[in-house]
Design a protein around this ligand. Structure first.
Ligand SMILES: Cc1cc2nc3c(=O)[nH]c(=O)nc-3n(C[C@H](O)[C@H](O)[C@H](O)COP(=O)(O)OP(=O)(O)OC[C@H]3O[C@@H](n4cnc5c(N)ncnc54)[C@H](O)[C@@H]3O)c2cc1C
Length: 453
């Protein structure tokens, strides 16, 4: 853009001053806000939509990735609490299907939205919906206020600690943080416009799957070979919330940058067009879907990858493959490297850890270099691209958010504003008390200390 205009200087009201300000109400922001408030901080959570949930509700991503390492839950604490509470509000049949399961549990976006409103109210978190953070005032590596816009106007909000869970690290970006994005040539994982169909017949579909297997691989390949279906990958993620309703993670839109309005706009238009094409094909082809009704597409195309902060430590694929632990671990990750192809002509990149194995996520990977009072949690923490393909999933984001919010509250309560001044053992001990899982060694250490208290 060559042309510029100058906004005349104008006074901006300070809307609020809080201990911890959380930007973004996705899995990371939800857990950050709850953890900070439960640890005694005053919390303002700012979210651009009219509800919480992030990709799970905004973009209708239909299932929680695994909470376990195939042997035990590695994501516990607030993330597990939300999973279990969501299950408890579902219909009896759903509860029966998913009672003891922690991996790939379907998401009911409407149940989740209401649950999260209730949880925030209970914890005393102040929420400002329909509000977009557009800038950060900063000096000498310290954010002084965030600037936001909403129907009421333009405001500033000040906090002791800013927890940036915007998934694009917007606060860190506006505060002069450093970033990487995508691969060597800037390539990004594709977006997906997820959708919900109702009036389906689950039993008939399950009988079809008995014969042809799940994920519609067989039917997709047949349709692709005949030119009847225009998708790249022969896989559909289908998550049933009741006998008649399922969420779909199916199809890709390539080459969009989700940190740019133009990318999101193209993703919305092309994503919806692809969904209508897919839904028509599903109705014509798949047993049980004949009477299906396309009920909903995401408010925004689902975005897998944008900015990654450069933090004090960057978690790498080597750390992932070698199941490395760090002295300042605040969460553990067992999900596989799951990088969707950046171009229609390339393939998926997948790498699994053996059952029972995980690696650590250090607190330092949440600290953007050069910025003193911002903690970043969720999709955009400091990792290489391969590891982001793994850490990005929702259960991990809950765990990182819980750590960031807890750290924010501990820092403010002790009068420390620099994120790097927190005593790590104090943070880890508090996370363990809250039910988070940080690995056998850390648990053994703090369980012993707790029993000696
Ligand atoms: C198509 C797709 C399929 C996926 N499948 C799965 C899956 O099956 N299971 C799984 O667990 N994970 C899955 N993921 C990954 C996962 O959904 C995301 O990586 C995860 O939600 C990221 O969590 P987050 O809290 O960092 O951010 P998000 O969930 O993206 O939430 C960020 C929130 O911040 C808000 N926000 C952003 N910027 C601002 C701003 N400037 N001001 C105010 N508010 C702002 C947004 O509105 C949003 O609510 C999938 C992702 C995609 C796109």
């Amino acid at each position: 853009m060559d042309k510029h205009m100058v906004i005349p200087a104008m006074p901006i009201p300070v809307y609020d001053e809080v201990d911890v300000l959380v930007a973004g109400g996705g899995p990371a922001g939800i857990a950050a806000a709850l953890a900070a408030a439960r640890n005694g901080a005053s919390v303002l959570l700012i979210e651009q939509r009219g509800y919480l949930g992030g990709m799970a509700t905004v973009s209708q991503v239909p299932a929680w990735c695994p909470y376990t390492d195939h042997e035990k839950p590695v994501i516990r604490g607030i993330g597990l609490e939300i999973l279990n509470d969501m299950k408890s509000r579902m219909e009896p049949e759903f509860q029966q299907w998913w009672k003891d399961k922690l991996d790939w549990v379907p998401i009911d976006a409407e149940v989740l939205k209401k649950l999260l409103d209730d949880k925030m109210k209970e914890a005393g978190v102040r929420i400002l919906y329909h509000t977009f953070i557009s800038n950060a005032l900063h000096q000498d590596g310290k954010v002084e206020a965030v600037i936001f816009h909403n129907k009421s106007g333009t405001f500033a909000a000040k906090a002791g600690i800013y927890v940036d869970c915007s998934s694009d690290a917007d606060i860190a970006y506006h505060a002069g943080g450093q970033f990487e994005q995508g691969g060597d040539e800037g390539e990004l994982q594709p977006g997906t416009m997820c959708f919900v169909m109702s009036n389906l017949d689950r039993e008939k579909y399950m009988a079809y799957c008995e014969e042809f297997g799940p994920s519609l691989k067989h039917a997709i390949n047949e349709a692709k070979s005949k030119g009847a279906l225009n998708v790249v990958r022969d896989w559909a993620g289908i998550s049933w919330v009741n006998h008649h309703t399922a969420g779909f993670n199916f199809g890709h839109i390539f080459g969009i940058d989700g940190s740019k309005a133009e990318g999101l706009t193209r993703g919305a238009i092309e994503g919806r067009a692809l969904v209508h094409h897919i839904a028509d094909w599903l109705k014509q082809t798949i047993p049980g879907f004949e009477e299906g009704y396309l009920a909903l597409t995401g408010e925004q195309i689902g975005i897998r990858e944008t900015r990654r902060i450069i933090g004090d430590v960057t978690v790498t694929a080597d750390d992932f493959m070698n199941r490395r632990s760090f002295p300042d671990d605040i969460a553990r990750n067992a999900y596989f490297i799951d990088i969707h192809m950046a171009k229609p002509t390339s393939g998926m990149t997948i790498a699994h850890l053996p059952p029972g194995e995980s690696h650590g996520i250090p607190y330092r990977a949440l600290l953007p270099i050069g910025i003193d009072n911002v903690i970043v949690a969720g999709r955009s923490i400091s990792t290489d691209r391969a590891t982001q393909g793994s850490t990005r999933v929702m259960p991990n984001c809950f765990a990182m958010g819980e750590a960031a919010g807890t750290a924010g509250a501990l820092l403010v309560k002790q009068g420390m504003s620099g994120t790097r001044s927190i005593p790590i053992d104090q943070l880890q001990q508090q996370l363990v008390r809250q039910g988070a899982w940080l690995g056998e060694d850390i648990h053994a250490k703090y369980e012993k200390e707790e029993s000696n208290r």
